[in-house]
Design a protein around this ligand. Sequence first.
Ligand SMILES: Cc1cc2nc3c(=O)[nH]c(=O)nc-3n(C[C@H](O)[C@H](O)[C@H](O)COP(=O)(O)OP(=O)(O)OC[C@H]3O[C@@H](n4cnc5c(N)ncnc54)[C@H](O)[C@@H]3O)c2cc1C
Ligand code: FES
Length: 1252
Amino acid sequence: MSPRGALSIYILIRSMSSIFLNLSNACLLPICSLHGAAVTTVEGVGSTKARIHPVQERVAKCHGTQCGFCTPGMVMSIYTLLRNHPEPTLDQLTDALGGNLCRCTGYRPIIDACKTFCKTSGCCQSKENGVCCLDQGINELPEFEEGNKVSEIPKLFSEEEFLPLDPTQELIFPPELMVRQMTLKELLEAKENPQAPIVMGNTSVGISNHTALFTNDFILGLTLGAGLSLAQVKEILAEVIQKLPEEKTQTYHALLKHLGTLAGCQIRNMASLGGHIVSRHLDSDLNPLLAVGNCTLNLLSKEGERQIPLNEQFLTKCPSADLKPGEILVSVNIPYSRKWEFVSAFRQAQRQQNALAIVNSGMRVFFGEGGGIIRELSIAYGGVGPTTICAKNSCQKLIGRPWNEEMLDAACRLILDEVSLPGWAPGGKVEFKRTLLISFFFKFYLKVSQILKTMVNGTDRVLSALEDLHSRNHWGTSKYQDVDPKQLPQDPIGRPIMHLSGIKHTTGEAIYCDDMPVLDGELFLAFVTSSRAHAEIVSIDLSEALSLPGVVDIVTEEDLRGVNSFCLLIEPEKLLETQEVSCVGQLVCAVVADSEVQAKQAAKKVKIVYQDLEPVILTIEEAIRHHSFFQGERKLEYGNVDEAFKVVDQILEGEIHMGGQEHFYMETQSMLAVPKGEDQEMDVYVSSQFPKYIQVTWVAATLKVPANKIMCHVKRVGGAFGGKVTKTGIMAAITAFAANKHGRPVRCILERGEDMLITGGRHPYLGKYKAGFMNDGRILALDVEHYCNGGSTLDESLFVLETGVLKVDNAYKFPNLRCQGWACKTNLPSNTALRGFGFPQSGLITENCITEVAAKCGLSPEKVRMMNMYKEIDQTPYKQEIDATNLIQCWKECMAMSSYSLRKVAVEKFNSENYWKKKGLAMVPLKFPVGFGSTAACQAAALVHIYLDGSVLVTHGGIEMGQGVHTKMIQVASRELRMPMSNVHLRGTSTETVPNANVSGASLVADLNGLAVKDACQTLLKRLEPIISKNPKGTWKDWAQAAYDESISLSATGYFRGYETHMNWETGEGHPFEYFVFGAACSEVEIDCLTGAHKNIRTDIVMDIGHSINPALDVGQIEGAFIQGMGLYTIEELKYSPQGVLYTRGPDQYKIPAVSDVPTELHVSFLPPSQNSNTLYSSKGLGEPGVFLGCSVFFAIHDAVRAARQERGLLGPLKLDSPLTPEKIRMACEDKFTKMIPRDEPGSYVPWNIPV
Ligand SMILES: Cc1cc2nc3c(=O)[nH]c(=O)nc-3n(C[C@H](O)[C@H](O)[C@H](O)COP(=O)(O)OP(=O)(O)OC[C@H]3O[C@@H](n4cnc5c(N)ncnc54)[C@H](O)[C@@H]3O)c2cc1C
Ligand code: FES
């Protein structure tokens, strides 16, 4: 079973009365819980050997896979849904995908594939006011200019060729499916053993089946069996509220609301109501509601039945109010609500779906017959204490008061007093949490007032606080130019060809490093890492670890004597550190054992004694204070900045801080080193972007053997984004060392938490700027300082910094510009390359400055952007020529496509009509220079063989990491050799076939390797042309045989020497880039000023990508990068303790965008190609540019926050840092509630986390 398929499986369970399918997370399922169930993984759904299932086919053909690592999980989610609902609604489909994550695609193509199963596809399926998305846009504005109707746009896939879904052809239940036999009596007997926990969904600890646990009845309210899954509870509640009068179902409505966002459907399918209640998590969504809803728990033990209330005592585990040993929870009674009783649920999380609440709440008020006087009031909160907290005293004091504004004011003060959070509270975000406590109560106040019609200041503007953020079904369009009608039909260049591995991704047949079968004698390696940010290692005690069964060795610095140090650029680094550690997560030693479990257990038993050292520098500000920088300040100067400042109308100074980003590639760092047993040869299979580096710089150097003894092979990589270069090399070297020492294969696969801790990510940045501008918005002088947080070692920090400095102008001609940059040396894990390489940070700093200039001039940021943009032919600050015609064209097209002007007016109208909800609209331009800065770094090679049966094998130096480079290379070979793509094969990347290949990165992989493949194919064709012309009707088999007979070589290497690029940092001049990718993006958002939530309503992107080689892959790169950028600028937040420990070490704490975060409308359009260039078929590299466009969402939120502040009379400068999380949005929308909360004196406490 593929490990990726294992992420989501479905299980068939025959319960007492029915058979049901459950989508589940395999990692949480104890194998014993599957007794009586049939389990299907993605391999069982369909395969290339048997029959591909329509779900697998459509996800692949709709281009819903890139690296493919997440794909089996996606397939299982859709498949299970279709088995339960053959014609699902779009809501059901997006809900089904809510528990899955994809880091590559941006979800739109996966949603597209899903839509093909819905009854109506191709539109939003929303018929609000009788119009659907295709008729009318969100602001009731036309979506497209005339002549641009969706129907006229060439499609990226053709629905006509899809296999039909025939539910009658699905797998049938195995007849041996058994009913589980455990009885309640047996369960109670088992419970006599106090060590025996009940395991239900196992989502909390990590039962069985009896009617009482799984039924529901309606005596005195709804009694739900404790064994019901949360998904079943959701279904029951949805049915119940249809049948009962609304006044009886207040609590059920509220529960249902939270069940819609609680985790993903996999967890809801597994987690039981009883397990949820009994585990009493601090952030439980349901317990606050059940507590205010006066629920009763029905317990059973051998002594008999009893009832206890689900109240504060139970929630705080007070022994007198808790379950006794031997007792189980059988069911929960949720009483009906009464007339004049109102219940509401509130929650705010970092991400809309599948994220634990930062704060949640259940609130209930009962007035008795009329009068509006409070008779009962209950308020409970989650997320603000060790368990659910009830504001009991506050509620008590408010009884007897009328429901009016005085009561609201008193309630807020009482709540803040009772539910007090210290400044150091775990989880941080303390002021935000305090604000949410009373913001939620205000929402409740408004809601009830609206029903009671007692609102004194009740206007429609205020009631917007109650509406949920706009949620309609997703739809998107992709507009590209079809190939020239004269192009030969078999020529695939320019056509939307499916990813070469698409079907294998969806069937789980694609092999990744950890899928490789276990080899004879294989060992596993686990790292021991430092737990201190800066300390001397006093001693390391390996004895206990070494004594554990299965442990073979522990590799330390001592073993690596003579090869432990390396120098990537100018600063020496070590592979393993046993003297002085400089960050938490630094590699100290590595345990080698017979199995993964043994290695990891032993790694925990290595005892390290530290002596802490000073200083501990974690933040950029601390680094500046300590003057802690890596060597190599970078500076770029153009014009005369100081003189220009003397003539401008206004000068502003500002700064913006930008947090880092985790790569979150789905496949964690993985490697397998296999000693060959003779001549010191070793094969290394690794998930890396840079095999040559692994082979030469790391493994060969560490083993002290020539590089020709080491073969490094990469079949495919499950996502990389820049994170599989440096750290991968270090870990591969240590793994290979262990393999060599023991003469046995050694595998090392990092767990997600280890991976996030060890490998670093995108550099946090601090940008300081001083802009001199005229009152009309023209910026004449810009002086910028960039500081990036490089972490403890240099890694690629200087390159990142250089890129940021070189790209500081983004799309603007600043006649006088100075930019200086420093890489800060801190005690954090070393940061490294991440998609965009400094540009997403640098671009944000510049755009933020422009936004501030616009505010000072009283102009829209878009006007100031346009005014300062490059126009036609010009010169960059490093004096490279630039033709900006297509930049302006993208901007204009984006303005038109997004109906910017009309929507700007509509946004302003919305804002004037709504006080608590605001919309924002922003458009940003993009100039992304592409190149590596040196010709040598751009060289590439390929090897093409023609075999005697006429088939062709292509090899090149690029790595397939989801971007589809292998697919593009086969398209190139197919065009050049004029043969069908099916005749060409590509097996992977290896240092044996193409030596000395450059790193796969910087958007250039297809560009460079494509030119090499083209070169090899042209060489072959030239050799074969005489043979082909002699027998023009022959087949490739005939020609290959004839060539062989004439002793003509059927194998050729291809080479591309690299673009002529260079940069002189002494003079600040050069030609570091080959070309520029231009683009523009316009985004619209809506924010909830009371909670800080935001919804991405719509994004329009226009890109100038030259002549696309494969529009499907190129759209995929743009959308995927855009969504990754959107995550970077809005929700992805790394949190470090004041001691330098990374808290955010997994998907539960670190939130990347999920399907619910994709803009409701996403339109991507390519500018018609206008210029030919010397790139591969005049195409452009697109891997990275789209990331920056995600900041259009940042600035749209900025726009909305500014609107809120203006309305509240806050007209001064607005400083918003990135990521613009719910916390930052809420706290920036200052109001009477933010003024009411207690604030802690800075320095009076140690905060839980610090911004770095
Ligand atoms: C990825 C993920 C996301 C999540 N997101 C959310 C979220 O957004 N909001 C939220 O509120 N929660 C969330 N949760 C928590 C989830 O709701 C709980 O883990 C789940 O409800 C627990 O139920 P279970 O059946 O899995 O319990 P188990 O793990 O099986 O058991 C939990 C505890 O309850 C005891 N127990 C279980 N049943 C009984 C019984 N009948 N009688 C007596 N004792 C019993 C067990 O012995 C154990 O001590 C999330 C969990 C995961 C893993
Ligand atoms: S294709 Fe989804 S994570 Fe790569």
